[in-house]
Design a protein. Structure first.
Length: 300
């Protein structure tokens, strides 16, 4: 096999944390990936990956080599662009993922601005309330609102998102203002997400994280419907600030239990190409990071 193919397969295995994920990404069979890695290691005379039946780990030499390979692949791509007269012009496809409501509200304007700036690029947006596997599903950039596990992905912090508990003034007038976490037992809880028998509310009590498992009066699959139910005066809901910022500003909702608010969630922009991201990805990252860091909702 040619060296370009071998290092492309190796980088795909490292990024996917496994042979099966790399095979899916490259649209080849797993034996093709295995043969490529074996041939590369034999050529170099060094072990790049430690693999068992369950886990693939990159050796110290493999990690250094993967970084060098990414640089080489990026330089080859730039050389191709230069030779074809398209040097410096972002082009091709870019795929972006973000949580559904956040993506629709904040990422869509960034994407359309980016596409206006770069007419040779097309974009696909995956705005879903599930964790998209960037490597296996071919996504270039992701926005995540959560604590991040360790991974090979590159993460850039753009802010923090408050999590607030709120209800309508009408509901609070009828049912009373909760003053302590114990008061929640007598209130209607509206939950969003997977419809399940129990629902967790997160708080900070005396400097320690506190998770309350509640039985919601209303469980719904969308945050939009949970917020709508709270606005109509049905009960309390706990949401990320951006989902309730507008009804809070209009006085349709009111924050409660502010003294028990949990720590704000970190917001990151993730990508999987390291320092050697393609021009189209680098251009989108630069714009997205600038726009997101300017959002007041992320200034917790």
């Amino acid at each position: 096999m040619d060296k370009h193919h071998l290092i492309s397969v190796f980088v795909a295995v490292v990024d996917a944390n496994g042979f099966a994920g790399a095979a899916r990404k490259l649209k080849v069979s797993p034996p093709v990936v295995t043969r490529a890695i074996n041939e590369l290691e034999e050529t170099l005379g060094v072990r790049l990956l430690m693999r068992t039946t369950r886990v693939v780990r990159v050796t110290e030499a493999g990690a250094r080599y993967a970084d060098d390979c990414r640089r080489i692949l990026a330089e080859l791509a730039e050389a191709d662009e230069s030779a074809s007269g398209q040097h410096g012009m972002p082009q091709g496809q870019i795929a972006i993922t973000a949580p559904g409501w956040f993506g629709a509200k904040f990422i869509t304007p960034i994407v359309t601005e980016y596409l206006d700036q770069h007419p040779k690029v097309s974009a696909t947006c995956w705005f879903l309330d599930r964790l998209v596997n960037m490597v296996e599903e071919g996504v270039d950039v992701a926005v995540r609102i959560a604590d991040l596990p360790d991974s090979s992905l590159q993460a850039i912090s753009v802010g923090r998102m408050r999590v607030v508990t709120c209800a309508s003034p009408d509901y609070l007038a009828r049912h009373g203002m909760p003053r302590s976490l114990a008061d929640l037992a007598s209130h209607n809880i509206v939950s969003a997400g997977a419809v399940a028998p129990g629902h967790e509310l997160r708080f900070n009590h005396e400097g320690k994280s506190r998770v309350l498992k509640m039985q919601p009066r209303l469980a719904t699959t969308t945050n939009e419907s949970a917020v709508a139910a709270a606005v109509t005066g049905f009960g309390l809901t706990q949401q990320m600030l951006y989902k309730v910022a507008e009804p809070l500003a209009r006085g349709e909702l009111q924050e409660v239990l502010s003294d028990f608010e949990p720590p704000a969630l970190p917001v990151h922009v993730l990508h999987r190409e390291g320092r050697y991201a393609s021009r189209r990805v680098r251009a989108f990252l630069d714009l997205a990071i600038e726009r997101l860091r300017a959002l007041p909702e992320l200034q917790a």
